[in-house]
Design a protein around this ligand. Sequence first.
Ligand SMILES: Nc1ncnc2c1ncn2[C@@H]1O[C@H](COP(=O)(O)OP(=O)(O)OP(=O)(O)O)[C@@H](O)[C@H]1O
Length: 316
Amino acid sequence: MGTTEQGTTGRGGISVDGVTRSFGTVQAVRGMTFEAPPGAVTALIGPNGSGKTTLLLMLASLLAPDSGSMRIDGADPLQDPVAVRRSVGWMPDTLGVWDSLTATEILVTMGKLYGMVPDAAAQRAGELLAEVRLSDFADKPARVFSRGQQQRLSLARALIQDPAVLLLDEPASGLDPGSRVELRLLLRRLAAAGKTILVSSHVLSELDEMADRAVFVSGGQTVKTQSLDDVGTQLRWYAVSARDTGALLRALEAQGLAAAVGEGTRRSHVRVQLGGEEQAAEVLRYLVESGVGVYAFAPASGALEETYMSLEGEKP
Ligand SMILES: Nc1ncnc2c1ncn2[C@@H]1O[C@H](COP(=O)(O)OP(=O)(O)OP(=O)(O)O)[C@@H](O)[C@H]1O
């Protein structure tokens, strides 16, 4: 597939419009509407129980919505589940069945289910196991895999048919720091190749590095979408540390900035809200010139965490 965005109803990307789903009296998804374009990583962010997994299951055509419409790479999961399953790679938050099969057997079986001839499936399995650094475990049964190894195998399984769309539910959970970096690089590479990637995660610092856009959900509804391109102009809290905290506070107040001593960290710091990177650069220059001895100056939290916390704060 190409890298061009092709609109809400044409081919390419994910489009979700007014989707709902209940389980008995529990309204898991009350109304979600958003787009995830091809060639980008879109983050799906929300508190526990906000409906992320339910939505991903519906997109993967494994669960039917009660109402609303969805398009995945141009196909409707209700009308055309076969097309959707062909174009979607699904990485659930746990690997699931087939514990007694080896990693290679799992991937080859999946490949054959997608219509690959055995040789091609075996070759693809070998390439993917190398990609997720599991070549040494190719002939080991999945039941002996650690949580992180299972996650990596699950990712390989999601990629077997070279899908146009990747749906990933908490893919970094259980991964060691090195594997997380590799996952990030792999997903950026796949997005650059034109794939549509929708990834749910609670690790916002990681999504800051990985995602192009974010969809925030709460109580089964989409509450905000954010482009990470706007981060440079976003109002953000900065944490500033200086040799003389009192002088630092006075210097910031002299600039008309509301500053307060921050709490909750080992190192003493001052929190100040700034209107974007331009203002941050000016304030930093001023502080350095005023001789308060600044030794740390950075956003107090990631951009997504800041939005997440502000949305939590707005809740009734
Ligand atoms: N099969 C089911 N039967 C009954 N209730 C369900 C079922 N699946 C999900 N729910 C409920 O729907 C709501 C949304 O669950 P979901 O798993 O989609 O949330 P989530 O955002 O993925 O949460 P988490 O961040 O904890 O993974 C929850 O209240 C959950 O208890």
